[in-house]
Design a protein around this ligand. Structure first.
Ligand code: NAD
Ligand code: LMR
Length: 339
């Protein structure tokens, strides 16, 4: 099967030599933040992006002026934090990335961000539903397990929900898993691909090492590796010591996901793990789940099954589903109670 990692590496090898054949406006909401700034820079380096729209409640125009001096062909525009500015940033957009919201501090879980970020994402989702109803919406703001269902509810309430166009960005878990397994095996991470399914927080992050190049990893080494992939975010939060969470690696991961969608939209077959409206566990009441997804011009082309897992991984999936279910219902209930 065509692999997402291989595809991204191929694009990296071509290193911006691809000629842009489409007009692709990409919007970043939260563009002046820790993730937003490097993400916007990486998008400026992507030749598939023709127009970059940067919006934030503060600092959008400044970041845009700065990035606009980079000598690649795309135009960059910053927008004022007004309803008109938000509308203009969104209109005509093919991809809307949302990293707006507060990050964790040591001792917090992602769910602790819910009270602040739920309403930020709800309000930005309302604007996206009104002004870019056909765009691919990529949710980065945490807790992703709840902010994606929030966005879905908002789009449903506006009558424009298309499950094929809503993505929770879990790419950082894939990036980490590839890097961490390469450290264990002393290999090149470019050759390591690990499928990570479930959601994006703690035990809802389920790496499937049995499907990797190293199904032999077992015992304490396996337990430590799985734990590091599940709690990689905490590693960064702790090291930043109150100054936030992963921003640079997240920008890299977000730029990869946006690039994958742009390539898919141009007809390439691309597979990424991403948190989407999924049939895989709907019979157990779980409406959203991250698994390998084939991307296409329509957004989600096909949701691939989880595949063969071992007994240990089956246990991880069961633990994941319990938490995930609560996170999803919490997001859905929030929009019903606070429309
Ligand atoms: P940050 O505080 O550095 O930046 C957030 C930005 O959002 C700020 O510039 C802020 O002004 C802006 N913002 C706030 N409300 C807004 C609104 N209503 N409209 C537009 N912009 C608004 O935080 P960060 O480190 O960039 O993290 C952002 C979010 O991404 C956090 O919730 C964090 O937990 C999450 N995150 C997710 C992943 C992932 O894998 N999905 C990884 C890292 C971080
Ligand atoms: C991550 O995985 O790094 C992000 O979700 C940010 C966090 O809070 O850990």
């Amino acid at each position: 099967m065509f692999s997402a990692r291989t595809a991204f590496s191929a694009v990296q090898r071509r290193a911006f030599s691809v000629s842009a054949q489409q007009n692709s406006k990409v919007t970043v909401l939260g563009a002046a933040g820790g993730i937003g700034q490097p993400l916007s820079l990486l998008l400026k380096l992507n030749k598939r992006v023709t127009d970059l729209a940067l919006y934030d409640i503060r600092g959008g125009p400044g970041v845009a002026a700065d990035i606009s001096h980079v000598n690649t062909k795309s135009t960059v525009k910053g927008y004022n934090p007004t309803p008109e500015g938000l509308k203009a940033a969104l209109e005509g957009s093919e991809i809307v990335l949302i990293p707006a919201g507060v990050p964790r501090k040591p001792g917090m879980t992602r769910d602790d961000l819910f009270n602040t970020n739920a309403s930020i994402v709800r309000d930005l989702a309302k604007a996206a539903a009104e002004h870019a109803p056909n765009a691919n919406i990529l949710i980065i703001s945490n807790p992703v397990n709840s902010t994606v269902p929030i966005t879905a509810e908002v789009f449903k309430s506006k009558g424009v929900y298309n499950p094929k166009r809503l993505f929770g960005v879990t790419t950082l878990d894939i990036v980490r898993a590839s890097r961490f397994i390469s450290e264990v095996k002393n290999t090149d991470p470019a050759n390591e691909e690990v499928t990570v399914v479930g959601g994006h927080s703690g035990v809802t992050i389920v790496p499937l090492l049995s499907q990797s190049n190293h199904p032999d990893i077992s015992g304490e080494v396996r337990d430590a590796l799985v734990n590091r992939i599940q709690f990689g975010g905490d590693e960064v939060v702790k090291a930043k010591d109150g100054a936030g969470s992963a921003t640079l690696s997240m920008a890299f991961a977000g730029a990869r996901m946006a690039d994958s969608l742009l390539r898919a939209s141009a007809g390439e077959k691309v597979v990424e793990c991403t948190f989407v409206d999924s049939p895989l566990y709907k019979d157990q009441g779980i409406e959203f789940f991250s698994s390998k997804v084939v991307l296409g011009p329509e957004g989600v082309k096909e949701i691939l099954p989880v595949g063969k897992v071992n007994e240990y991984e089956q246990g991880l999936i069961e633990a994941c589903l319990k938490d995930l279910s609560k996170n999803i219902v919490k997001g859905q209930a929030f929009v019903k109670e606070n429309p």
